[in-house]
Design a protein around this ligand. Sequence first.
Ligand SMILES: NC(=O)c1ccc[n+]([C@@H]2O[C@H](COP(=O)([O-])OP(=O)(O)OC[C@H]3O[C@@H](n4cnc5c(N)ncnc54)[C@H](O)[C@@H]3O)[C@@H](O)[C@H]2O)c1
Ligand SMILES: CC(C)[C@H](C(=O)O)[C@@H](O)C(=O)O
Ligand SMILES: [Mg+2]
Length: 347
Amino acid sequence: MTQQSFDIAVIGGDGIGPEVVAEGLKVIDAVGGDVTVRTTEYDLGATRWHRTGETLPDSVLSELRGHDGILLGAIGDPGVPSGVLERGVLLPLRFALDHYVNLRPAKLFPGVTSPLADHVTSKGLDFVVVREGTEGPYTGNGGALRVGTPAEVATEVSVNTRFGIERVVRDAFARAQARPRQHLTLVHKHNVLTHAGHLWRRTVEEVGAEFPDVETAYQHVDAATIFLATDPARFDVIVTDNLFGDIITDIAAAVAGGIGLAASGNINPTRESPSMFEPVHGSAPDIAGQGKADPTAAILSASMLLAHLGLGAQAERVETAVAADLAERGTASRATSQIGDAIAARL
Ligand SMILES: NC(=O)c1ccc[n+]([C@@H]2O[C@H](COP(=O)([O-])OP(=O)(O)OC[C@H]3O[C@@H](n4cnc5c(N)ncnc54)[C@H](O)[C@@H]3O)[C@@H](O)[C@H]2O)c1
Ligand SMILES: CC(C)[C@H](C(=O)O)[C@@H](O)C(=O)O
Ligand SMILES: [Mg+2]
C-alpha cells in the first residue's frame, strides 16, 4: 500500500485546549501504519494576544489555508475581554475558511451514563446536528448606540441568505439519506422569527423534493429542547441555524454523557479550504491546568478529521478504541493524559 501523508495545523488555543489536543495528537500518532501526519503548531489565543495584541494575523490565516486539515482545542480566556478571541480568532477561522457545515454528532456510547432516565435512553440516542456555520446572528451585523446611557440600544442582526441556507440544508439531506433512518428535522422558531424561519422552512421543502426517501419533520427550538431531554430517539439528523445549533448541541452533549465527549467538525464540503475539527466544549477555565479535562471529545474530533481526510478505516479504529475505553472507564476519574494513553494503547 502506498504511504499517505497529510499536513495538519494544530491550534491548542486556551485553557484546557492544549491539554486535550495533545491527547488527540497522541491518538493520531498511534494510528500509525501507512499514514504519516505532519503537524505544525500555531500559537493563537490569549497568550499571543497578551504578547502581541494580535488575534488572527493574515499571514497565519494564509498558512493555515495550505494544510489538509486543522485540529483545534478551544479559544476564549477570562483574562481577555469576552468576545475578543471568540470574534477575533475562532469565528474568523470558520468564516474565512467557509465552514458552512458545523457537524456535531451526539451518540450515547455503551457503558456511558446519561443524566436521562434508562427508559428514555433505552430507545437509543444517535443523531447528528448539522449546524449552519457562517450566518445567523454570528456575522457581526449589529452595533450599539449611546453606550452606557439609559437610552442605549444594541442590535445583533441574524443574517440568513437563500444561498447559505440552501447549501447547508442540501448537505443535511444528503447525510440523512445516507443514514439508515433517513429522517431530517428542521429546528427553528418560525412562529416568531417569521422572515428567517419561513425562508428556512421553504428551503427545506424545496430541497427536500430532491430527496424523496428522506422523511422531514419540524420543531420549534424551544420544543426541541424538551424532546432532546425526554425523547432524543426521535432525532436522526437535525438541521438548524448557527445560534440554535450552538445551544442545542450543548444539550445534546449533556444527554449523550457529557460535554467532555462531544466532538465536532467545521466543514467546508467543497474542499476549497481546510476543514477544522474541535471539541464542542470551550476552554473550561474552571478546570484548566489541573490535568483533569476529559480529552475524549478532542480524540473523537481527531477521528472525524481522519475520516474527512479519507482515512475511514483509521477513524473507525479510533472510535472503536474510544468506545472500548468508555465501556471500561465507568465512573472512575482519570487524568487527561491517562485517558489519552489508554485509548492510544488500544490502537
Ligand atoms: N469552540 C471553542 O473554542 C469554544 C466553545 C465553547 C466556549 N468557548 C469559550 O470557552 C470559554 C469558557 O466557556 P464556558 O465556560 O461557557 O464553556 P466550557 O465548555 O468551556 O465549560 C463549561 C463547563 O463544562 C466543563 N467542561 C468543558 N470541557 C470539559 C472537558 N473536556 N472535560 C471536563 N469538563 C469539561 C467546564 O469545566 C465547565 O464547567 C469562553 O471564553 C467561551 O467563549 C470556546
Ligand atoms: C465560542 C463560541 C464562539 C462558539 C460558538 O458559539 O460557536 C462555541 O460556543 C461553540 O459551540 O463552538
Ligand atoms: Mg457552543
